[in-house]
Design a protein around this ligand. Sequence first.
Ligand code: BDR
Ligand code: CA
Length: 313
Amino acid sequence: MTNKVIIDTDPGIDDAMAIYFAVQAPQIDLLGLTTVFGNIEVELATQNALRLLEHANIDLPVCKGVAMPHVGPESTYAKFVHGEDGLGNLHLPPPKTSADQRTAAEFIIEMAHKYPNEITLVPIGPLGNIALALKLEPKLPELIKSVNIMGGAAHVAGNVTPVAEANIWNDAYAAEIVFSAGWDVKMFGLDVTYATSFDPDFVDILAAKNPVLGGLVARASQFYIDFYSKREDKKVCFFHDAFPLAYIVNPDLFTLITGNIRIGTDPLHRGQTSFAPLGSTTSELWTETPPVKVATGVNHAALTQLFIDTYAR
Ligand code: BDR
Ligand code: CA
């Protein structure tokens, strides 16, 4: 069975790795990419999404989304993680193709009406486009099958502040709208993505198995590996954004628990995903929010093999 998927993305090196995993996976029917500010400005994210699809020789809509957080000033971006160009300073040539005329939110809503209850949204950047789509089409939760989010940190520290993960921190008010919309939300946060490190030779294997797609990921990852290795005594790498897509291909690799999440929006707790497993609190501040599922475990070896096998197809 194939799963219709829209990836909402801010490419981004792990975004690139995730997009190419989706492109290669026969279980995933990718309908298009929607772009959002995050690692880089939305304009550059859109150019990069076009570049990535052109490089893969794939013709799919790329729809530009929001440039700013729901509330608050412009983002500071994460070019120190992903490079000035968002793709490890490879400085790829400008794309020849152009973005779709539809905005990201318009595309999501149009596809949701076209394929009711068939689409899994996979946001792997800040959640502004999804929040905007919910505002423009309040029936969206009835039309979307699942929302598999890369973001958040339930039981572990954040990566931008001690309590907040980057995607949620970047647009905390949007995240609160998305998490409380009453649809099937699954959160793949740092609990699993930061617990699963990859050796640098992982990207060499992807490149050997798939010189075009894996080759680009391997080249772009060198900058990213240097960033992640600064605080370690060996070279490491993380591919956060591929996790919610891997779940679609093989959910058995993951452990998920159900509970309620509140998103911090005050300056100190901005972007905190404060998680109460079901039955763990009587506080209505949590119990009155719709339940969501949170990934707390993953089979590291099997996931690594899934990535390699999928790139090798
Ligand atoms: C998330 O932040 C971005 O830097 C990555 O692309 C990923 O989506 C990890 O916290
Ligand atoms: Ca991302």
